[in-house]
Design a protein around this ligand. Structure first.
Ligand code: Q46
Ligand code: ZN
Length: 314
């Protein structure tokens, strides 16, 4: 099969958009897609400093590489979650990329800097991924604010977003649906969060890394078992097998048609935010979700501090 842009031999066929590309044109297409997404959603304005959340996996390294090549001032932040050898190996991939590109990588080690690891926090929540997600959201935002970045960019791809959307639709979780956007604007206590890879599939980010020779951690996190999003991804993958393009259509329909109707709910959510009595971060409770998690992880015998709930979970 030939590349549809230059007639060279193709190295990748994309069934979901009925196209095939040689390696040079594929990389070029990834850059165009990401630049187009950034412009369309006004994710990054000229002169803004971007902090990329880097896990050592294919998506975050592809994102960092793409942003640097597109000329953005993009540094990285890596969170050492303390998940044994998996964390050591993923950290090594993040460091190797940063060194190779001469880019700045900020490192936060949960055990050293926060006082607990994800395995230590896991028994507190039913699924370790819930504790992990709370910690990542809080710490990435804090690092971005503390270091004066304008934007926090994460490597969520089309498959991730389709799986999250599927989960939110399954439970008709309207506040979560209202918040599921490619851009979450900045507001007091929150840096702007953007997802420039929402139009690239998991397979495309993996192919991008292979073509660009980026060494990323291939193994799955050993604590991923029980993560419902993996089940949703499998379901959507089998649907995609039979109907190529189904995932992209599902996500695009939501973004274009339903998401704008949820603006009011998103606004209500924003207005209900107060200040955490423990750390001063924005929250809808007296104590934010991260402070509660840290208390429970570091003082499990006491069950952590648990003040009476003011509002919905923050
Ligand atoms: S790192 Fe954390 Fe993931 Fe591991 S514990 Fe779950 S959320 S699976 S992206
Ligand atoms: Zn707090």
């Amino acid at each position: 099969m030939k590349c549809q842009r230059c007639d060279e031999r193709s190295v990748i066929e994309l069934r979901h958009c009925n196209a095939a590309y040689c390696s040079t044109c594929f990389v070029e297409r990834c850059r165009e897609r990401v630049q187009g997404t950034i412009r369309r959603h006004r994710m990054i304005r000229p002169g803004e400093r971007v902090l990329v959340a880097v896990s050592g996996g294919k998506d975050s390294l592809a994102l960092w590489d793409l942003l640097l090549d597109l000329g953005y001032e993009a540094d990285g932040v890596y969170l050492g979650l303390g998940i044994g050898g998996y964390s050591n190996r993923s950290g090594a991939c993040a460091r190797e990329f940063a060194e190779g590109r001469g880019a700045r990588l900020i490192e936060i080690d949960l055990e050293r800097d926060v006082g607990f690891t994800i395995p230590q926090a896991a028994p507190v929540r039913r699924a370790p991924c819930s504790a992990c997600g709370t910690s990542k959201r809080y710490l990435l935002n804090k690092v971005a604010l503390d270091h004066g970045y304008d934007v926090l960019a994460t490597g969520h791809n089309l498959d991730d977003e389709a799986a999250v959307l599927f989960g939110n639709v399954m439970t008709w979780n309207l506040p979560y649906l209202a918040r599921q956007r490619p851009v979450l604007p900045e507001r007091t206590g929150f840096v702007r969060r953007v997802k420039p890879l929402v139009r690239l599939t998991e397979r495309e980010t993996a192919a991008y890394c292979v073509i660009r020779r980026l060494d990323y951690i291939i193994e799955e996190c050993p604590m991923a078992a029980g993560n419902r999003h993996l089940v949703y991804k499998e379901l959507l993958n089998s649907l995609e097998e039979r109907a190529p393009g189904a995932k992209a259509t599902f996500l695009r329909g939501f973004s274009d048609r339903l998401s704008p109707l949820l603006d009011e709910i998103a606004e209500e959510e924003r207005e209900s935010v107060g200040v955490c009595s423990g750390c001063g971060a924005p929250t809808t409770e007296d104590l934010c979700a991260f402070c509660r998690l840290r208390d429970q992880a570091t003082h499990p015998a006491r069950g952590g501090r648990r003040p009476p709930s003011r509002r919905r979970s923050g």
